[in-house]
Design a protein around this ligand. Structure first.
Ligand code: ZN
Length: 317
């Protein structure tokens, strides 16, 4: 089977290298934005780790067949339980116990920890104990959008594979080959998603919103992390387009309201409401001849003050 990701050449080389030599590291942390192929890569690695064939993943051995049927007994996936935002420490303690049980079928047991960045420090410390001295037959694949929330002690024990969106033309080529959509639709979707293949596919399927809706969500997420640069990046493409800027503010209002509804009672509710109350003022300003760059800087600055500047702490942390 060939390496499943496009772009990410350096990662391709190292992954192919250790898979080919059957020397897959015992702990790998895959980091990347939503839609960059983290799960695709994790599956490729997990499948390679359990494959008994000459060129893993061979796709024909019994282990590969079980893997493809999603029923390999030596592969365990852990993620936050339904309705929860974080992986619970009990899940990690259970994992730790299981890690010392011999593989049922393959040479290795693989534990995939999805949303690893949702582990609190207690869970991470629990994981650390087994990462420090892992049984020889165990492999861990941690998946995270950002390793920023993870302990250095965990990160230092993992081989970190950071995935990024591919170049525009590679994305076009890939989607043209693998989907039925018209070339101009593919190009538009890739531009809207900043070359993010996963998001582009969702746009093409109509599952994701327009460019301004996506930017509004990016702005909102950056705001929750009090990440001013992230907020400015999200709006930067509308600096020369007054109609898109107006649409963006409206979409942001909608996204903020949805978020408040989802998180009623959480500590996000109050600052989000403050931001929401600011937005009509910006809609009004758009009717005047205001410089859009200044308008977005002012919005980012006020959102930053609301989300952390005031008491010098971010709402996520
Ligand atoms: Zn195989």
């Amino acid at each position: 089977m060939i390496f499943p990701l496009i772009g990410n050449e350096k990662i391709r080389l190292s992954v192919e290298n250790f898979v080919f030599q059957k020397r897959i590291p015992h702990a790998i942390l895959i980091e990347g934005d939503y839609g960059t192929g983290k799960h695709t890569l994790a599956n490729f690695l997990a499948n390679s780790a359990v494959c008994a064939g000459q060129n893993p993943p061979c796709g024909i051995c019994n282990n590969c067949k079980l893997f493809t049927a999603n029923s390999h007994p030596d592969i365990t996936v852990i993620s936050p339980l339904e309705g929860k935002k974080n992986i619970a420490v009990k899940q990690i303690r259970d994992l730790r116990q299981e890690a010392y049980i011999k593989p049922h079928q393959a040479g290795k047991r693989v534990f995939i920890i999805d949303c690893a960045d949702t582990m609190n420090s207690e869970s991470q410390n629990a994981l650390l104990k087994v990462l420090e001295e892992p049984p020889r037959t165990v492999m861990f694949i941690l998946i995270a959008e950002s390793k920023a929330a993870m302990l250095d002690t965990i990160i230092s024990r993992c081989v970190v594979l950071g995935l990024t969106a591919p170049e525009f033309l590679k994305g076009v080529e890939y989607l043209s080959r693998n989907t039925q959509y018209e070339p101009d639709l593919i190009e538009e979707a890739l531009k809207s998603s900043q070359n993010n293949i996963g998001k582009a596919v969702e746009i093409l399927k109509g599952e994701l919103g327009t460019e301004t809706e996506i930017a509004a969500n990016e702005f909102l997420n950056a705001m929750l992390k009090n990440d001013s640069l992230g907020m400015l990046t999200a709006v930067s493409k509308f600096e020369k387009n007054r109609i898109a800027a107006d649409k963006f503010i409206k979409d942001l209002k909608y996204s903020v309201v949805q978020r408040i509804k989802k998180d009623t009672g959480s500590y996000f509710a109050k600052p989000l409401t403050e931001v929401y109350n600011l937005l009509p003022e910006y809609e009004q300003k758009l009717i005047t001849n205001i410089n859009l760059n200044l308008l977005f800087c002012s919005l980012t600055c006020k959102a930053s003050q609301i989300f952390g500047g005031k008491n010098d702490r971010s709402y996520i942390g």
